[in-house]
Design a protein around this ligand. Structure first.
Ligand code: HSE
Length: 434
């Protein structure tokens, strides 16, 4: 019989994910022990308020408000408090006291990742964060380990479940943005500060984490071009559907080749996706991430992007790995940010635009618009005109461009907006996934 070591696990935070993690550690102790090669003893759970209501009943004697004392002597510290402080200080303290860290804190890693990973490297400890991106879906370990010998060209997908839920409700049930958002709020899908989801911060944090791993470069939230779904209306969703598209909030991390060498582009924005594209079938709060690698080709990762028990699965995988490393000894496998690729401005990317303009329904208007677009060197792929539902004597012209540099496309829209024949630019959306 194997003589198992006992590892002390400190859990910081008992929210929807933390309480599930505590429950799994307590109820599956013997199975986990066999898999990890060590008994995982939940030494305590640091919380703000020991009397707060929780998703799962937890033994009261494990709850404490003293995170600092709990960290001292822990072998593995699971940080699920979220936010920057005190999570950052606790993680650094845990590493300094010889613990391995498991965290789901995307906001912290996207802003202070370099500091935390450098500290872990210096101390030979590991920081694992599978739960920080795309909930239950294993995506961090595939990028860090399975694809470590490949060259990633592009990562592309849906990494925010709540905005996908909202856009999906609008698309499939014809709801307004407000109605869909209210349902998402009632179901508890949105972050405590909903602007994190709606304005694309959450997806941008995840994109920064994915790009850092994929391109071996420190990418922080400030490097990510970010647009949210706050301006997406039911009319836009309707127009997209009629044209054979759906609207998804996408995260794109891309390697760009240029005359001056390689750079990367990391961006989050709502975009039109063909209804035939696999991402169009990602419904509700699910996530899906495509990875394009030079040797492996195209890979797709799909599943629950959020949820307490689902995200707890990702945390538990990291805990078992951290336990195995702790037992085996040796230094943790750190990040590899040495390529230090520069981030290209958004104007450098290649994309396609779909622009909806409100114009006077008069002879010659279309010719003038075509003139403006072609003078800008942008090639038109499709043009469609429909009468405006809001204004008499006006029409909506929907122009789909061919692929071009973003800078040329946005300059073209600026010229159209200034021209006498355009009453207003109703919407501008990129078309992706082609
Ligand atoms: N707010 C996040 C989402 C939770 O909607 O995807 C999971 O990270």
């Amino acid at each position: 019989m194997i003589d198992h070591r006992r590892l002390r696990v400190a859990l910081l935070g008992a929210g929807s994910v933390g309480s599930q993690v505590a429950n799994l550690l307590l109820t599956q102790a013997s199975e986990l022990s066999e898999r990890a090669g060590a008994d995982l003893e939940l030494a305590g759970i640091a919380v703000r308020d020991v009397d707060a209501a929780r998703d799962v009943d937890l033994p009261r004697e494990l709850l404490t408000t003293d995170a600092e004392s709990l960290i001292v002597g822990a072998d593995i510290v699971i940080e699920l408090m979220g936010g920057i402080e005190p999570a950052r200080t606790h993680i650094l303290a845990a590493l300094n006291s010889g613990a391995d860290v498991v965290t789901g804190n995307k906001a912290l890693l996207a802003t202070h990742g370099a500091e935390i990973f450098d500290a872990a490297d210096q101390l030979g400890a590991s920081v694992s964060y599978e739960a920080a991106v795309a909930g239950a879906i294993p995506i961090i370990r595939p990028l860090k380990d399975s694809l470590a010998g490949d060259r990633i060209q592009r990562i592309f997908g849906i990494v925010n479940g709540s905005t996908n839920f909202i856009l999906d409700k609008m698309d499939r049930e014809g709801l307004s943005a407000e109605e869909a958002q209210r349902i998402a709020t009632d179901l508890g899908y949105l972050e405590a500060d909903p602007t994190l989801d709606l304005e694309g911060y959450d997806a941008a944090q995840k994109a920064a984490i994915l790009a850092s791993l994929a391109f071996h470069t420190h990418v922080s939230l400030d490097d990510v071009h970010r647009e949210g779904i706050e301006n997406i209306t039911a009319d836009m969703i309707d127009g997209a559907r009629r044209a054979g598209f759906t609207i998804k909030l996408l995260a794109v991390c891309e390697r760009l080749e240029g005359e001056d060498g390689e750079s990367i582009s990391v961006r989050v924005y709502p975009a039109l996706i063909s209804r035939e594209h696999p991402l169009a079938s990602v419904h509700g709060g699910n996530n899906a991430v495509f990875v394009e690698a030079a040797a492996a080709g195209d890979l797709m990762f799909y599943g629950a992007g959020a949820g307490g028990i689902q995200t707890a699965s990702a945390i538990m995988g990291d805990v078992v790995s951290a336990a195995r490393r702790h037992i085996a000894g040796g230094v943790g496998v750190g990040e590899s940010p040495r390529q230090s690729l520069p981030t290209a401005p958004i104007g450098r990317i290649m994309t396609r635009y779909q622009v909806t303009l409100e114009v006077a329904d008069e002879p010659g208007v279309l010719a003038q618009i075509s003139g403006i677009v072609s003078e800008a060197g942008v090639s038109v792929a499709t043009v469609e005109q429909t009468p405006s539902s809001d204004a008499e004597g006006r029409a909506h012209i929907v122009i789909g461009t061919h692929r071009a540099r973003e800078q040329a496309l946005s300059d073209t829209v600026a010229r159209l907006a200034e021209s006498d024949v355009v009453e207003r630019v109703v919407s501008v959306l990129r078309v992706e996934g082609e």
